[in-house]
Design a protein around this ligand. Structure first.
Ligand SMILES: [Zn+2]
Ligand SMILES: [Zn+2]
Length: 865
């Protein structure tokens, strides 16, 4: 039997808790032996900060909608949950929490502290993901700091090293001297700043520089080959002030003759142009900065000073020597560390690199279907502007170790056996003597891998890569991710997939936007515009949060957080609950509910044809990952078509004992089942609660996606006509001062082209005796009363107004309709003012007078009782 009457209000808190307690993890496991087609989602592993932010909620809602929809459409879905553990933020947090720096404790001790913090944070975030009802496949959880995962990172490193994709080199790289590590280009974030441009006398040539502290690293002066001022100097040397070493003057087209004096100092390295000239002109290398950002021994008396202090000291010394000529403020784009904003330096150090072949990556990226399509452009642009290879070594601790040693005797690079992975070369030793010299003393590589080296193989990991061949589930079907990490995560993943398997990593990539604060700015504590998922879930529930995320914007667009959207989501649930509650009471009265009767009543057929249209629209939106469109279509249908129109029509029939009642019940039940199904990827708790009551305790997750189809063009056309007639008759009642439920009298509807049988629904809806006639009806039309516009008549005719009105009333019908220019009153010709009256018509059918409403070629006559 169907369950009891539903409570009046929907209590999201108790419903959400009840279903969370009953759902089982195993409901969402990917089945290895399944015969169903696979649908593997290469989910983004969040950084375990301990807290999910609203952007995560958006991203996970998208993924959960996909996962649930794909399961319902017959796929074997893998929705894994990963954790991208390694990296600086955790190291910094550990340093803060324990009031230490990484150098105060042993390498192992520090890594252990990072690990413990990470586990705590993951535990908290796991709980949040569960609370939000995400149907994660916990049997496919992965944690990148665990040996089973980073062994794969190391394996991928070795494979790419052997294939010539990875090399080590002393090469200029972006470096954060606060974090004391190299960083990749993708990790440099740019901002606007102001700095001083200093003009000084450089052995007789005026030079302008923003980096006087790098004077010790000066290795040349560049001028433009066409610059008449310096032509004779090219190839000669200049003596560097203060430091006294000689540098050569080179000519290069890239010099801007109009900047400063047109002569530029080349230092190793002030910026990317310096690197370019240094390489092109084979200049020597002079390192003025240590990896800690202090001055090196070549800086003489400035050695050991932090660079900022050195800058001030050198400028003071230049002033004293009388060589500082001028200073002026200029604006500057500054590249900073993504993590700590410290301006990056370019330092030449021995590092490990991955070769970047932009063409190869773009080619694979084009074989992936991008949602939305234009996001591909971002990757292409990035690939085009890549000038340097990807620097993958980091001088940190909490990361995947680079699994190599160096022979102490001959320097040979020693690799571990793949079977021995993972290894930490700072603790373990090679199993064999040096193949080159037989030496047995080794030094392990202390550098570790960039975290993106872990996370760019998530796709390989979830598809089952172990190095033994093509992974069993490769490629994944979809990669969902934010547009902010296209140039990192998407780019590197494609690079690695191409390098290791020679193919694109996924069939499709779905890009989500960022969530902005209510004020339109990026959420930040300093702006006080941060809203967390819990702020929404607390007062409105998980499903309202999920609806907000799904409906906020089209996929790929940024979303402005807006409380109105949350309130609208919550209202929709209230409305839906009322629909279900009312319908359920009606369905319960009909026992058993007819299962497959094709309803014969017009408005039922109209409803089912609309439902069928809605289902195919929603299904199309789901297939294209247009979640906002899908949800909007469902909401519009439920609210407008079902609640405002259909239920109003069938109420009368449902309260009656007529045999056509069963058709209405069948239609209600069919529609609600389909609505629960379509809503369940969006609002699984609400859909489950409704379906539980409608289905005698069944689970919506066991229900396949609805394929209900009902095509009936005639019903759509005639039903729409009835809907329009109802709204016209309601307006008529309103204009005539009748209550909406007051009896209206006899309504005859003339539909000249065809017969319509509404089974009495229209009459019951507007409380009238309705007759349909498939014929054209001749209408007698007479001019009725003249209605004077008193203000016009009174104002222009004053004391003659009375006589005027009498005269008008005795005009012919034709003159009443089209007034003459003047009228005779007591023998005097008076001009008729504009708008003095309007004329109404009296209609009658077969001599009986009626009110008439026309709707295209359909005529509605009303004979009031
Ligand atoms: Zn930094
Ligand atoms: Zn050796």
């Amino acid at each position: 039997m169907l369950t009891e009457e539903l409570p009046k209000t929907y209590d999201f808190a108790s419903v959400e808790k009840r279903w969370l307690d009953q759902w089982d993890d195993s409901d969402f496991y990917f089945e290895k032996s399944s015969k169903k087609p696979q649908y593997v989602i290469d989910t983004p592993p969040p950084y375990p900060t301990g807290k999910l932010h609203i952007g995560h909620a958006l991203n996970w809602v998208y993924m959960d909608i996909i996962a649930r929809y794909k399961r319902m459409t017959g796929f074997n879905v893998m929705f894994p949950q990963g954790w991208d553990c390694h990296g600086l933020p955790t190291e910094v947090k550990v340093e803060e929490t324990h009031h230490i720096t990484k150098n105060d404790v042993s390498r192992e001790e520090f890594r252990k502290m990072c690990r413990e913090l990470t586990i705590e944070n993951i535990t908290r975030m796991r709980q949040s993901l569960r609370t939000m009802g995400f149907s994660v496949d916990w049997s496919n959880e992965y944690i990148t700091m665990e040996p089973y995962y980073y062994a794969k990172t190391q394996l991928s490193f070795l494979r790419m090293l052997k294939a010539g994709y990875i090399y080590q080199d002393e090469h200029p790289v972006n470096f954060c001297t606060r974090c004391e590590t190299a960083i990749a280009f993708a990790e440099v974030s740019y901002y606007d700043g102001e700095t001083l441009l200093n003009f000084f006398d450089f052995d007789g040539v005026e030079i302008a520089t923003t980096r006087p502290e790098l004077l010790a690293a000066c290795v040349g002066v560049a001028v433009h080959p066409d610059d008449e001022r310096y032509k004779s100097l090219v190839g000669k040397t200049l003596r560097v002030p203060i430091f006294g070493h000689d540098v050569v003057i080179i000519a290069d087209d890239a010099v801007d003759m109009t900047f400063g004096s047109g002569a530029v100092m080349i230092c190793t390295f002030g910026d990317k142009t310096d690197v370019f000239w240094w390489k092109k002109h084979h200049l020597p290398l002079r390192k003025a900065l240590t990896t800690k950002g202090t001055m090196t021994s070549i800086c003489g008396k400035y050695e050991g000073m932090p660079s900022k202090e050195c800058r001030a000291a050198i400028l003071a010394d230049m002033k004293e020597l009388g060589i500082l000529k001028d200073q002026k403020k200029i604006e500057q784009r500054v590249g900073g560390c993504w993590r700590c904003k410290t301006p990056i330096e370019i330092l030449s150090e021995r590092q490990w690199f991955v070769k970047v072949n932009g063409g190869e990556i773009v080619k694979a990226a084009r074989e992936v279907k991008w949602y939305p399509e234009h996001m591909l452009q971002r990757l292409e642009n990035w690939a085009e502007q890549m000038e340097w290879d990807w620097c993958i070594s980091r001088q940190r601790l909490f990361a995947t170790p680079i699994p190599v040693w160096f022979c102490d005797k001959c320097g040979e690079l020693i690799l571990p056996d793949e079977a021995d992975l993972p290894v930490d070369p700072t603790i373990e030793k090679p199993k064999h003597a040096c193949p080159k010299c037989g030496g047995t003393e080794f030094t392990g590589e202390k550098d570790v891998l960039d975290t993106w080296m872990d996370s760019s193989i998530t796709d390989l990991h979830v598809t089952g890569w172990d190095g033994s061949g093509r992974p069993p589930y490769f490629p994944a079907q979809i990669r969902p991710q934010g547009h902010d990490i296209i140039r990192t995560w998407a780019f590197y993943t494609i690079l690695r997939s191409v390098a290791l398997l020679g193919e694109k990593p996924w069939d499709g990539i779905l890009i989500n936007g960022m969530v902005l604060g209510e004020d339109g700015f990026k959420m930040s504590k300093s702006r006080d515009n941060v809203i967390g998922p819990e702020d929404v879930m607390g007062p409105y529930g998980v499903d309202a949060l999920r609806q907000w995320a799904a409906s906020g914007s089209s996929t790929g667009q940024d979303i402005l957080f807006n409380w109105n959207d949350v309130v609208a989501a919550s209202r929709f649930q209230t409305k839906m609950w009322n629909i279900v509650r009312f319908s359920l009471m009606q369905i319960k009265k009909e026992s058993p509910v007819p299962e497959s009767d094709a309803p014969s009543t017009l408005i039922d057929r109209w409803m089912l044809a609309n439902l069928s249209k809605t289902i195919s629209e929603v299904t199309g939106a789901m297939e294209d990952y247009l979640f906002d469109k899908g949800l909007k279509t469902i909401r519009d249908f439920a609210w407008n078509v079902m609640a405002d129109e259909y239920l109003e029509f069938v109420k009368g029939r449902l309260y009656s004992e007529e045999p056509s009642r069963a058709g209405a019940v069948y239609t209600l039940k069919t529609t609600l089942d389909a609505l629960c199904t379509m809503l369940s990827p969006y609002i699984p708790f609400f859909a489950q609660e409704c379906y539980h009551h409608l289905s005698d305790g069944k689970r919506i997750i066991d229900h396949p996606w609805t394929t209900f189809s009902y095509v009936d063009e005639d019903a759509l056309r005639d039903g729409d006509l009835i809907v329009n007639i109802v709204s016209l008759l309601r307006k008529y009642k309103h204009d005539s001062g009748l209550a909406l439920n007051a009896p209206l009298g006899n309504v005859t509807i003339y539909t000249p082209s065809h017969d319509i049988d509404d089974s009495g629904d229209l009459g019951r809806t507007v409380n009238a005796e309705v007759v349909w006639k498939a014929e054209e009806q001749a209408l007698e039309k007479k001019v009725g009363e003249v209605v004077f516009n008193k203000s016009v008549v009174g104002k222009t005719l004053r004391n003659k107004a009375g006589a005027f009105m009498t005269a008008v009333n005795s005009l012919s019908d034709a003159d009443k309709i089209t007034p003459p220019a003047s009228i005779l009153i007591d023998g005097e010709e008076i001009g008729i003012p504009d708008g003095a009256w309007t004329t109404s018509y009296i209609y009658s059918v077969s001599g009986e007078s009626v009110d008439v409403i026309m709707l295209d070629n359909v005529m509605i006559t009303i004979k009031r009782t």
